[in-house]
Design a protein around this ligand. Structure first.
Ligand code: AHG
Ligand code: MN
Ligand code: MN
Ligand code: MN
Length: 336
C-alpha cells in the first residue's frame, strides 16, 4: 500500500522547488522559473547526448575555446541551448559559461536578478567513447539592483543560492541543493520529468576511495604526494584505498557523494592553480559537498571562501568525505 502511495505521489523537481519556494513567502516564483529553464536545458542535452553517436554529434566542432581546448560539437550545442534557455527565462542578468570567453550580459528587456555560472558539458574528453558526462551550474543573486557588472559574478562561492549538476550516464540524474541539503532526481523519459530518487543525500564521514589523475604524480607538491602515498601504503595497518578516476568531474563527484571518499585535482608544477575552474566547477561541487556534510579545500583555504578575480580562474581542489579532507588539510598545515 505504502509503495503504491509513493508511485502515485510523484515528487517532481518542479514540485520540490515549489515546496522550497513556499518557505520564502516573499518570493514571486522567479527562482522556480529559472530552475525550470535549467531543467529544460538538461533534458535537451540528455537527449542530444543519448543520440550523439547516431546524430553525428560526436567529434570536433573545429573551434577552440578560451581554455585552449578543441571544442566538441556537443560542447558548442549544449552551450547554445543553456544560454538560450537561461536568457529566455527572463530571470537572469549575467551568464558565465566555460565555453564563452566573455560573460553574457542579458539585454535589459529580458533581465532578471540571477547570475548563472555553468559548465554546459563537463568531461568532454569522454563524449566520443560513451563514458558519463554532465552539466554543472551555480546560481548567485546579483549584488544589488544596480546596472549588472562583472563583480556580480566574482562573488565567493559561499554566496551561491543554489548549485547542482546533471549527469548523463546510464540514467540522467540531476543533483541539486538550494541551501538546505542535497537532493537527487532521476529523469523518467516516459514522463519527461525529473523524479525525486535520492532524498537528503549525506556523504559518508569517511571513504575507502581516492580519485585523482595519477598521471600527474611527477609534478605534485609535497602534501599531495604524501597524501596519495598514504592512500596506497597506509602506515596504520588499515587497508589501502581503491583508486577510481573517470575523468569527468561530474561522474567522479557523483560517485564520491554517494559512496564517500575524496576527489582531488591538485596544483602541479605545470599548472600551479590546478585545472578545474572556480566559478562553474569548484564552487558548485564544493557547495554540494558542504551541504551533504562533506567539505572542500583548495590546499590553502575553504574552497567556498575563494574570491575569484577572473571568470575563468582555476584552483586546486580537494573535496569529499569530511574526515578524508581533514587529513589532507593537516598535511598542508604541517607544510606551512
Ligand atoms: P571539461 O570537459 O568541462 O573541460 O572538464 C574536464 C575536467 C573535469 O571534467 C575532469 O575532472 C578533468 O577535466 C579531468 O582532467 P584530466 O584529464 O587532466 O585528469
Ligand atoms: Mn572544457
Ligand atoms: Mn568541466
Ligand atoms: Mn565543459
Amino acid at each position: 500500500h505504502e509503495a503504491d502511495a509513493y508511485r502515485t505521489d510523484l515528487m517532481t523537481i518542479t514540485r520540490y522547488v515549489l515546496n522550497e519556494q513556499s518557505k520564502h513567502p516573499e518570493s514571486r516564483g522567479d527562482f522556480t522559473i529559472l530552475l525550470n529553464h535549467i531543467v529544460l536545458g538538461c533534458k535537451f542535452v540528455c537527449s542530444a547526448v543519448n543520440k550523439a553517436g547516431l546524430a553525428k554529434l560526436i567529434g570536433l566542432a573545429g573551434e577552440t575555446n578560451i581554455q585552449g581546448e578543441e571544442q566538441k560539437k556537443l560542447d558548442v550545442l549544449s552551450n547554445e541551448v543553456f544560454v538560450k534557455a537561461l536568457v529566455s527565462s527572463g530571470r537572469t542578468c549575467i551568464l558565465v559559461s566555460e565555453e564563452d570567453e566573455e560573460a553574457t550580459f542579458v539585454e535589459p528587456s529580458k533581465r532578471g536578478k540571477y547570475c548563472v555560472v555553468f559548465d554546459p558539458l563537463d568531461g568532454s574528453s569522454n563524449i566520443d567513447c560513451g563514458v558519463s558526462i554532465g552539466t554543472i551550474f551555480g546560481i548567485y543573486m546579483m549584488k544589488d539592483s544596480h546596472e549588472p557588472t562583472i563583480d556580480d559574478v566574482l562573488q565567493p562561492g559561499r554566496n551561491m543560492l543554489a548549485a547542482g549538476y546533471c549527469m548523463y550516464g546510464s540514467s540522467c540524474t540531476l543533483v541539486l541543493s538550494t541551501g538546505s541539503g542535497v537532493n537527487g532526481f532521476t529523469l523518467d523519459p516516459s514522463l519527461g520529468e525529473f523524479i525525486l530518487t535520492h532524498p537528503n543525500i549525506k556523504i559518508p564521514k569517511k571513504g575507502k576511495i581516492y580519485s585523482v589523475n595519477e598521471g600527474n604524480a611527477k609534478n605534485w607538491d609535497g602534501p599531495t604526494g604524501k597524501y596519495v602515498e598514504k592512500c596506497k601504503f597506509p602506515k596504520d595497518g588499515s587497508s589501502p584505498k581503491s583508486l577510481r578516476y573517470i575523468g569527468s568531474m561530474v561522474a567522479d563527484v557523483h560517485r564520491t557523494l554517494l559512496y564517500g571518499g575524496i576527489f582531488l585535482y591538485p596544483a602541479d608544477k605545470k599548472s600551479p592553480n590546478g585545472k578545474l575552474r572556480v566559478l562553474y566547477e569548484v564552487f558548485p561541487m564544493s557547495f554540494l559537498m558542504e551541504q551533504a556534510g562533506g567539505q572542500a579545500f583548495t590546499g590553502k583555504q575553504r574552497a567556498l571562501d575563494l574570491v575569484p578575480k577572473k571568470i575563468h580562474e582555476r584552483s586546486p581542489i580537494f573535496l569529499g568525505s569530511y574526515d578524508d579532507v581533514e587529513e589532507i588539510k593537516a598535511l598542508y598545515a604541517a607544510e606551512e
